[in-house]
Design a protein around this ligand. Structure first.
Ligand SMILES: [Zn+2]
Ligand SMILES: [Zn+2]
Length: 65
Protein backbone atom coordinates (compact mmCIF):
# COMPACT_ATOMS: atom_id res chain seq x y z
CA UNK A 1 0.00 0.00 0.00
CA UNK A 2 1.73 3.13 -1.17
CA UNK A 3 -1.23 5.27 -0.25
CA UNK A 4 -1.49 5.49 3.49
CA UNK A 5 -3.27 8.62 4.53
CA UNK A 6 -6.44 10.55 4.60
CA UNK A 7 -8.07 12.36 1.73
CA UNK A 8 -6.53 15.82 1.68
CA UNK A 9 -9.83 17.32 0.61
CA UNK A 10 -12.18 16.13 3.36
CA UNK A 11 -9.52 14.73 5.73
CA UNK A 12 -12.03 12.21 6.98
CA UNK A 13 -11.90 9.33 4.54
CA UNK A 14 -9.04 7.12 3.44
CA UNK A 15 -7.37 8.37 0.29
CA UNK A 16 -7.64 5.88 -2.51
CA UNK A 17 -6.37 8.00 -5.41
CA UNK A 18 -3.68 10.54 -6.16
CA UNK A 19 -4.26 13.55 -8.39
CA UNK A 20 -1.95 13.43 -11.41
CA UNK A 21 -1.76 17.23 -11.51
CA UNK A 22 -1.15 18.36 -7.92
CA UNK A 23 -0.44 15.07 -6.19
CA UNK A 24 -3.24 15.50 -3.70
CA UNK A 25 -4.41 12.29 -2.10
CA UNK A 26 -8.13 11.97 -2.47
CA UNK A 27 -10.89 9.59 -1.51
CA UNK A 28 -13.42 8.23 -3.95
CA UNK A 29 -15.77 11.15 -3.35
CA UNK A 30 -13.14 13.77 -4.07
CA UNK A 31 -11.47 12.26 -7.10
CA UNK A 32 -12.60 12.43 -10.69
CA UNK A 33 -11.59 9.12 -12.19
CA UNK A 34 -12.48 10.30 -15.67
CA UNK A 35 -9.68 12.85 -15.67
CA UNK A 36 -7.47 11.45 -12.88
CA UNK A 37 -7.76 14.76 -11.05
CA UNK A 38 -8.80 15.65 -7.56
CA UNK A 39 -11.99 17.70 -7.31
CA UNK A 40 -9.96 20.86 -6.79
CA UNK A 41 -8.12 20.51 -10.08
CA UNK A 42 -11.22 19.18 -11.82
CA UNK A 43 -13.09 22.28 -10.67
CA UNK A 44 -10.44 24.55 -12.12
CA UNK A 45 -10.56 22.72 -15.43
CA UNK A 46 -14.10 23.90 -15.85
CA UNK A 47 -15.91 20.61 -15.50
CA UNK A 48 -19.21 21.09 -13.78
CA UNK A 49 -20.47 17.55 -13.67
CA UNK A 50 -18.13 15.91 -11.19
CA UNK A 51 -20.51 16.01 -8.24
CA UNK A 52 -23.19 13.46 -9.09
CA UNK A 53 -24.73 13.69 -5.64
CA UNK A 54 -25.03 17.46 -5.83
CA UNK A 55 -24.45 17.66 -2.10
CA UNK A 56 -21.10 19.40 -2.32
CA UNK A 57 -21.39 23.01 -1.29
CA UNK A 58 -18.50 25.34 -1.88
CA UNK A 59 -17.57 26.47 1.61
CA UNK A 60 -15.94 29.59 0.26
CA UNK A 61 -19.29 30.73 -1.01
CA UNK A 62 -20.84 30.17 2.40
CA UNK A 63 -18.24 32.23 4.22
CA UNK A 64 -18.42 34.99 1.69
CA UNK A 65 -21.80 36.13 2.93
ZN1 LIG B 1 -12.48 13.13 0.56
ZN1 LIG C 1 -5.33 18.04 -7.93
Amino acid sequence: MSLSGLCQVCESREATHTCVQCGTAACDDHFDRASNLCVRCADRSGRGDISPAGSEVDEDDVHRI
